[in-house]
Ligand binder design. Structure first.
Ligand SMILES: Cc1cc2nc3c(=O)[nH]c(=O)nc-3n(C[C@H](O)[C@H](O)[C@H](O)COP(=O)(O)OP(=O)(O)OC[C@H]3O[C@@H](n4cnc5c(N)ncnc54)[C@H](O)[C@@H]3O)c2cc1C
Length: 466
């Protein structure tokens, strides 16, 4: 690493850009004492917030409590790329491969969910820099151009508005010498500021009467004949129903631990670009960008013309720890910054103002799954695997339907009823995840060709992603 590169990120603040907002709401008080409720939601990320709002929309008389161990939006929801993708299956390709009989229905739900998010943002007056520019996947290796052609065909067969761009066209959109082609998808994708979305959903939930307690970790579930108690350090919530929305954090149910591994993803945000820097990269239409390998980057402009650049490394650590100490990772930031300046050599000298990481709730099917426990009085929606900004609203709604005993077309889907293949316990878990990552990196170096290990996983419908 050259010194100039190291200097580009070493002074960056180690907080998520989106959470460094002077106008963020004051944190709520922690729970002190015992309280009764109809529904307690554990986790104040998008899943928990959408669950709280929809629970009240479905039945305004129901009492709802939301417990957040830190502050609302502290988890992945406040530290992601802000790419809102309608897909409920971590992309159409994954959905077609895993749920071929149901994918048309799932896609219908995906479109309804996307529209539902837009409506709620409008209805509750949430200012979250909604930017309906679509997203563009770019090819940076020759073999990826063919892959984009295949993706274009698949998206078109599902009536998505998508455009293939050749090398000149894609570089005319965004000036990177690394681009060979692109596809620009304008159906059901957009960008937003996830921090402002979390704040806005929180305010909406409070207005609907949801009681939010921050700084309140749920420590255990204690089942009784007629209720479940959620134990916290300074009080109990005695609840008729419990919805767990704890993502990659240590779960309150052992069952979840079998299906979810916390994988760290990291991002950098630059200083605001000057007018000359801005002009040097084009990008007038502000699409969200990603490049096309197994190990991929995602990047976008912010409202004040910074660039957020993240992805590539997906770090799983032995035993799956989740801790703020892991939000910083020199090795990954060194690599990310080198890749950034390779993509945009004209921006050399630009510095990064923010750096952070966050845990992703990776499941072997790459998409949310559901379950319940304690005679159906506890339900959960976890496993979004790095694509949950949009899918969390749907995940929350299905978990509510399961808790309320409401049978719907969605709750009858195999997609909802089936769980992913579990990960093996440690120490095998670490070995399997690392081997899979290693083979994915090898496939990227080898023109996308998947070796024996990855093909065996494909055949079993298993995988690993971030
Ligand atoms: C770096 C990064 C980039 C990403 N980029 C994108 C993207 O661009 N687009 C996209 O669609 N997705 C992206 N994702 C994924 C997306 O952010 C998540 O899928 C989504 O936010 C998950 O929301 P959630 O509410 O389920 O989880 P979280 O937001 O993680 O919320 C879980 C909450 O539960 C709380 N909690 C946990 N345990 C307890 C407990 N015992 N008691 C009380 N509270 C508890 C946590 O503090 C946390 O606030 C990214 C994720 C990361 C980390």
């Amino acid at each position: 690493m050259t010194e100039a590169l190291a200097r580009s990120w070493s002074d960056a603040a180690t907080v998520p850009f989106w959470l460094d907002a002077p106008d963020a709401p004051e944190p709520a008080e922690a729970l002190a004492g015992d309280t009764d409720t109809d529904l307690v939601i554990v986790g104040g990320g998008f899943t928990g917030l959408w669950a709280a709002i929809q629970a009240k929309e479905l039945d305004p008389t129901r009492d709802v409590v939301l417990l957040e161990q830190d502050t609302v939006g502290f988890g992945a929801s406040g530290r992601n790329g802000g790419f809102l993708d309608g897909s409920l299956t971590h992309g159409l390709r994954n959905g077609v491969d895993r749920f071929p009989e149901e994918i048309r229905t799932i896609e219908r739900y995906a479109a309804e969910n996307f529209a539902g998010i837009r409506d709620a943002i409008e209805r509750y007056g949430i200012e979250c820099d909604w930017t309906p520019t679509g997203t563009m996947a770019v090819a940076v290796e020759p073999y990826q151009v063919e892959q984009l052609r295949g993706a274009e065909e698949l998206l078109r067969s599902f009536d998505q508005k998508v455009r293939f761009l050749d090398q000149d066209e894609v570089r005319a959109e965004v000036a990177s010498p690394t681009y060979r082609a692109g596809i620009w998808d304008r159906t059901g994708t957009g960008l937003l500021d996830p921090g402002r979305l979390a704040d806005g959903l929180r305010t909406a939930a409070e207005r609907l009467g949801v009681r939010i307690f921050e700084g309140t970790p749920a420590e255990a579930l204690e089942p009784h004949a007629d209720r479940i108690d959620v134990r916290t350090p300074h009080g109990r919530v005695r609840a008729r129903r419990v919805l767990l929305a704890t993502s990659a954090f240590p779960p309150l149910l052992r069952a979840i631990r079998r299906y979810v591994v916390p994988v760290y993803d990291y991002a950098l945000v630059t200083e605001p670009l000057s007018a000359e820097q801005r002009a040097a990269i084009g990008w007038r239409r502000r699409q969200g960008l990603s490049d096309g390998a197994n190990q991929f980057h995602y990047y976008r402009l912010t409202h004040d013309d910074r660039i957020l650049y993240g992805g590539y490394d997906a770090v799983y650590r032995y035993g799956g720890p989740v801790s703020s100490a892991l939000d910083d990772d020199d090795h990954t930031f060194a690599r990310l910054s080198a890749h950034f300046f390779h993509t945009f050599p004209q921006l050399r000298g630009l510095r990064f103002a923010y750096r952070w990481g966050g845990a992703i709730d990776t499941s072997s099917r790459f998409s949310v799954f559901f379950g319940s426990a304690h005679a159906g009085r506890v339900a959960y929606a976890v496993g979004y695997t790095g694509l949950g900004v949009g899918a969390t609203r749907f995940g929350a709604r299905v978990a509510l339907d399961l808790l309320d005993g409401r049978e719907t077309e969605a709750t009858r889907l195999r997609y909802v009823r089936r769980r992913p293949m579990p990960f093996p316990p440690e120490p095998l878990r670490y070995g399997v995840v690392r081997l899979t990552q290693n083979r994915m990196a090898a496939a990227d170096r080898n023109a996308g060709r998947r070796g024996v290990w990855l093909r065996a996983l494909d055949a079993l419908g298993l995988g690993f992603d971030s």
